[in-house]
Design a protein around this ligand. Structure first.
Ligand code: NAP
Ligand code: 8YV
Length: 324
């Protein structure tokens, strides 16, 4: 089967360019959510590709007897049961690299906002308080003199490290496997990293292995001058422990782009003065999201045409396209 004759399902919402291209290049089917009950068995049998930005469970995957590829929008694919897909010979792709610089830029911006309170200073100006009350108060926190720890020195983590190195800051990191292409000190556990840095940037994938890895003990190790920046997945942070640490000044401040239950952000977090919050926008520029969208559809086109996927997730790296 060629890509042109293939039927691709879009369950739930997705970037408009993904939808437009799929409608132009394949037979497109859309359903409101990733719920197999929304389709007849006959309709499900026609599906060979799925393009998604939502949770894809093993049960959902198993509802499609002729499914060949799941192309997920985003580099993080913790919402897709890729291990299960691989056991069924189904390719899963994600969108790495094309967003790394954008996300790293955003992370540096979020770090500066957290330390130097730029969003609050701008709100102060806009409210007329500069005129009425004088200068915005000096910030107690600064980037100067900080030591950075990166939890997850992958594609994005390294792009963040390179930027902060240029800011003159020492970098340490924790991953499960030591990298042999960087000179930054490696720590074989997160607590060890947290105890030697005062600025912890979290950019590991979500999933069971990192679930609530940043807990009360890690925050205590980071210490009262500590700043936590989280741009990976909200599930990696124990949010109640973070709220308590911020309220009790066990750490100084936090900057968060991702949350455990998006788009719901705990009220207690929003009420804290020492947090800077973003609504999961690290990759959210038109150009970067378009590049991600194109990679989703290019992966579908390649695989459904019998060519290798462009960006297979590690679980599916060894898979060959099954003959149609
Ligand atoms: P990547 O290249 O795969 O890097 C992941 C890094 O995390 C690797 O260094 C990996 O090293 C480390 N890691 C994974 N599991 C770990 C564990 N259990 N303990 C310690 N280290 C672990 O991925 P990436 O492209 O940099 O993206 C990272 C994540 O950022 C994505 O998965 C996504 O969740 C998130 N993200 C968020 C946004 C946003 O909008 N906020 C945008 C893009 C991406 P080892 O394998 O050696 O442990
Ligand atoms: C996107 C992301 O916002 O790539 C990721 O893992 O978290 C972000 O770039 C998200 O995937 C959009 O669904």
């Amino acid at each position: 089967m060629s890509a042109a004759g293939s039927t691709v399902l879009i369950p739930g919402g997705i970037h408009a360019r993904v939808r437009e291209r799929i409608e132009a290049e394949f037979d497109a089917v859309s359903i409101a959510a990733a719920d197999a009950a929304l389709m007849t068995p006959e309709a499900r049998a026609k599906i060979s590709g799925i393009a998604c930005a939502t949770v894809i469970t093993s049960d959902f995957i198993d509802a499609f007897p002729n499914l060949s590829i799941i192309a997920s929008f985003g580099v993080g694919y913790d919402a897709v049961d890729a291990k299960h897909a691989a056991t069924r010979g189904i390719m899963v792709t994600n969108t790495p690299d094309v967003l790394s610089d954008e996300v790293a830029d955003t992370t540096v911006g979020l770090l500066l906002n957290t330390l130097r309170e730029f969003p609050k200073a701008e709100a102060y100006l806009r409210a007329g308080r500069w005129v009425a009350e004088g200068s915005y108060p000096l910030t107690s926190l600064t980037l100067r003199g900080r030591t950075v720890g990166i939890f997850g020195l992958g594609r994005i983590g390294l792009a963040i490290a390179r930027r902060l190195e240029a800011f003159g800051l020492p970098i340490n990191y924790h991953t499960r496997t030591k990298r042999n292409d960087v000179d930054y000190p490696w720590h074989d556990n997160l607590a060890g990293l947290a105890s030697v840095v005062d600025t912890l940037i979290v950019v590991v994938p979500g999933g069971a292995a990192t679930e609530k890895a940043v807990n009360a003990d890690i925050l205590a190790a980071l210490g009262p001058k500590g700043v936590l920046i989280s741009v990976g997945r909200g599930s990696t942070i124990d949010e109640p422990a973070l709220i308590a640490a911020l309220a009790d000044h066990k750490i100084a401040a936090a900057g968060l782009d991702v949350f455990a239950d998006e788009p719901n952000v705990p009220q207690a977090l929003m009420e804290l003065p020492n947090v800077s919050l973003l609504p999961h926008v690290a990759s959210a520029s038109v150009s970067t999201r378009n590049a991600m969208a194109d990679l989703v559809v290019d992966n579908l086109a390649a695989w459904l045409d019998g060519r290798p996927a462009i960006t297979a997730v590690p679980e599916c790296a060894g898979l060959d396209r099954k003959p149609a």
